[in-house]
Design a binder for this molecule. Sequence first.
Ligand SMILES: [Zn+2]
Length: 130
Amino acid sequence: MNWLRNFMAGRYGPDHLTLALLVVSFILSFVLFWVPVPFLGLLSYIPLGFALFRMLSRNILKRGEENIKFLKVWNTICGWFRKTKQHHADRKIYHFTACPSCKQKIRLPKGRGKLRVTCPKCGHQFERKT
Ligand SMILES: [Zn+2]
């Protein structure tokens, strides 16, 4: 394994983005296997090639930046899914409404009849059926 260590010296190596590219390549090769179009399966080598290129790259700074960008996008996607899931679960117990004055979104408990609401943002008072 000494030659490998020498070979990888000064190179970027694997990171989150590389791992994601490998997963994409794996899924693509699996999906494209079932598509009866010649050479379409070669598409799965594109993320694989990019993953290899990044691991062997000597431009460590640039690759690190790419990984940070990827993680930002990844966290945004995960955060959106988490929020949507939470919102969906909340719908059963909460009634969502918006302040008629400032459009601030407000969460009210469900099934309490008519409620007098004070907007936490602008202090506007209004009534809502829940
Ligand atoms: Zn308001």
